[in-house]
Design a protein around this ligand. Structure first.
Ligand code: FAD
Length: 503
């Protein structure tokens, strides 16, 4: 294969990658971003870039014959999923036995499909998770910088109280208060001003039209509109799509050489090529980056990588659950897709839980209150390299999610007791009130200070960096993208100051 060259290459285009691309571009470093998904900027036959959650099509999922939405059924009926044609769609579900991981695919990574919730972790818990990172610097400089760059904004409390679109959240708040629990507003990168105009019928609807996990056509400041737009604006950054990194090695003059597999929209391999660079920034996410490094270590391509590569993975204690409300506690047929409120019981030392109040926009009254609980599950998974499939396998047993289910159970049993309500058993399959077999928040695999130094430099390999969620050791207590962004800002400051020119 022919070998191209760029001074710096960034793998992936999610949060960590986007920060790396912008800061490299601003420093004058010619940078190529390599992304396995497509660029989401062109409308399909329906005039929209992304399909809605209620009417998914080929654009919704990454090479599937049928969609695999997190809620399998409603009243035990499979009404949610649809047959589709395989295509490089925007949401992927990576299955590892007892654990499935939802991830975004495309220019912008997870920012294309996520709920936009942008909380900053409790300082005390951040310091517990990453004790060697200077918290003064994070909370004084990098968290504020990340929030500003990402366009984090708050809902207008008066509008929240009055709009039919957040009735579902107010009902859950009432039930939390009846239980003596505290709720808190959660900031978001969805433009709440735009959402207000949606409600007023002044602009096309997105969050108020069921759009979220298969992409938002309006209103959300995904990375392609923030960091990545700014990166391209430097004139030094280019993005190559539908290119998957399948191998990395180091040549004799110390450059990193990536093997890239290009595909077309039908998934056919259209080319294999090599791309060499002096500085390599891995931002392929917890699963992607860990797989790239684990494969490199285990195949002998980069044999001196740390034994810690592949360890310290966790699902951020994610558990979903749902409650059935009394007939008088209607949640509303109309629900905004962006969560805006959370039950914050993280300071309960005996049972810390942060539960976002999740919408279930079905266009009909269903009396369901749904939640994504983030718990403090101490269990961790480990990846092993499988030579037969040339891929990373996550070793995670269902029993490892028991602490998370128990913690969520304690909280929601209390809420049910105080409000004389029950769980819903029809939503997650197997008649289970808790969804404990998937996560939206994969974290770890190349943990900061273990697989890398304290700034994401891969141990043993100068010029090789990790910048994404794989650095976070499995738990954060809140939704992770603001933290991933802030850590990447910190890393890039340090690397650009200390590690010399890339050329
Ligand atoms: P990612 O954003 O995952 O980006 C990695 C990119 O690398 C992807 O685009 C991928 O296609 C690409 N890639 C992977 N492997 C390769 C390869 N070998 N070659 C080339 N490219 C590759 N977090 C929050 O903070 N708030 C929320 O409200 C929230 N809601 C969520 C809802 C859903 C449905 C999902 C799936 C996630 C949600 N998250 C949320 C999680 C958040 O999106 C992730 O934590 C975040 O995107 C991780 O950022 P990252 O930089 O680690 O990598």
């Amino acid at each position: 294969p022919t070998t191209d060259y760029a001074p710096a290459v960034v793998v992936g285009s999610g949060y960590g990658a986007a920060v790396a691309a912008l800061r490299l571009g601003q420093a004058g470093v010619r940078t190529v971003v390599v992304e396995m998904g497509r660029l989401w900027d062109t409308a399909g036959a329906d005039g929209k870039v992304f399909p809605s959650t209620g009417a998914p099509d080929q654009r919704s999922m990454w090479f599937r014959n049928r969609t695999e939405a997190p809620l399998a059924t409603f009243l035990w009926l499979d009404v949610v999923n649809r047959d589709i044609t395989p295509y490089p769609g925007v949401l992927d579900r990576v299955d590892f036995g007892d654990m499935s991981v939802y991830v975004g695919r495309g220019v912008g990574g997870g920012s294309l499909v996520n709920g936009g919730m942008a909380p900053t972790p409790r300082r005390s818990y951040f310091s517990e998770v990453l004790p060697e990172v200077d918290a003064d610097e994070m909370y004084g400089t990098y968290f504020p910088r990340a929030r500003q760059m990402l366009g984090v904004n708050d809902i207008d409390p008066a509008w929240f109280e009055s709009t039919e679109w957040y009735r579902f959240a107010r009902i859950s708040r009432k039930h939390a208060r009846n239980t003596g629990l505290r709720t808190t507003f959660v900031p978001n990168v969805y433009d709440f001003g735009y959402m207000k105009r949606e409600a007023a019928g002044q602009v096309p609807r997105s969050a108020l039209a069921g759009e979220v996990i298969y992409g938002n056509n309006h209103g959300k400041r995904s990375l392609d509109k923030s960091y990545l737009a700014a990166a391209l604006g430097t004139g030094n950054v280019t993005v190559e799509t539908l290119q998957r990194v399948v191998a990395v090695r180091r040549d004799t003059d110390g450059r990193y050489v990536l093997t890239l597999r290009g595909i077309d929209l039908a998934g056919r391999v259209v080319g294999i090529r090599e791309l060499a660079c002096n500085r390599l920034f891995l931002g392929a996410g917890s699963l992607g980056t860990t797989e790239i490094l684990l494969r490199a270590r285990e195949t002998g391509a980069l044999p001196d990588l740390s034994p810690a590569v592949g360890t310290g993975w966790g699902p951020n204690g994610n558990v979903m659950t749902a409650r059935a409300n009394h007939l008088w506690d209607t949640v509303g047929a109309r629900q905004a897709t962006m969560p805006a409120l959370g039950i914050d019981d993280w300071d309960n030392a005996a049972n810390p839980v942060f539960a976002e109040i999740a919408p279930l926009p079905m266009g009909i009254e269903h009396w369901v209150s749904m939640y994504l609980a983030i718990t403090k599950n101490p269990e961790r998974g480990t990846f092993t390299y499988d030579p037969a499939t040339d891929s990373a396998r996550l070793n995670w047993h269902i029993s490892q999610n028991q602490p998370a289910v128990a913690a969520a159970g304690q909280l929601f049993d209390r809420i049910n007791r105080c409000n004389v309500t029950i769980y819903r058993y029809d939503l997650f399959g197997d008649n289970k009130p808790f969804a404990d077999t998937f996560t939206y928040h994969p974290l770890g695999g190349c943990v900061l200070g273990r697989a890398t130094d304290l700034y994401g430099r891969a141990k043993g390999y100068p010029g090789l960096y990790v910048v994404d969620g794989s650095l976070v050791p499995g738990s954060l207590g809140v939704n992770p993208f603001v933290t991933i962004t802030a850590l990447a800002e910190r890393t890039m400051d340090r690397i650009l100051a200390e590690d010399g020119p890339a050329d």
